[in-house]
Design a protein around this ligand. Sequence first.
Ligand code: G3H
Ligand code: 13P
Ligand code: ZN
Length: 288
Amino acid sequence: MLVKVKDILDKANKEYYAVGAFNTTNLETTQAILEAAKNMKSPIIIQITEKTMNYAGGRAIFNIIKNLSEFYYEEIPVGVHLDHGKSLEIIERAAEIGIDSVMYDGSRKKYSDNLMMTKKIAEFCREKGINLQAELGNVPYMKETGAKEIDWDEYMTDPDQAEEFARETEVDALAVAVGNAHDFAKERKEPDYERLAEINRRLNMPLIMHGASDWDADKVREAVKNGINCFNVDTAIRVAFISSLSETVDGENSVVSYDIREHLGKARDAVSMVVEEKIKIFGSADRI
Ligand code: G3H
Ligand code: 13P
Ligand code: ZN
């Protein structure tokens, strides 16, 4: 059943565990995420981006999530979230469709502009009853970092700013930058757990870890101990899906078949396995 993302995150925050926010792009990925959540008896957040809305049709992908949740996974609390909304326009579009949790990502702007825009969007969200996640600091992507050495000080969330930002914007959750990175970008050797703990001490809200696809169980546990309540996962899903497809279409044990369902069905199973593993280490199994 669909529930508010805020309820999922606040429960995780109160009970000191984390949930996964998994990116979907299509029917099969959505089914895979839901099936894993069902097997693990876990609440789950399924998120889409502007690119996915343009690819699948915002309404179409939202209704795939909604219909699957209502008709096939009724016992699973499912939150739907717009990931990395970069403008008021895309957030308005999500709201119109019925998505009641969004991220506004002003992390590439200078602090004062991020603060100003987040405040404006927070006002819109309050009027519409939508939950809002913002990002402070910068969680880089491969295209921004390349293979070069990174000066992590330029990327980190500043605890003083985080405190002011949270007070001024009244967002529901904050995405933090403590050495984490998206896709295949180089991460800091060790996340800055002390910084994370300090942000957590000052903010009374769930903290979100983006770029968490490749985090092992020890890193995850340490981050949860220091205040993380949600890990975003996209790259691990993409890798599982495409690796499976290339194996069944063109690998050593490829299946000579033009039945789309045979190939996509296997890719779906591969994604499900990855999501189950993530749920186990995040600590949200048996929490429904
Ligand atoms: O951090 C967000 C996603 O991994 C990027 O997703 O390619 O759908 O914009 P996108
Ligand atoms: P990954 O690229 O590590 O999967 O991170 C995904 C993410 O942060 C989506 O918002
Ligand atoms: Zn992200």
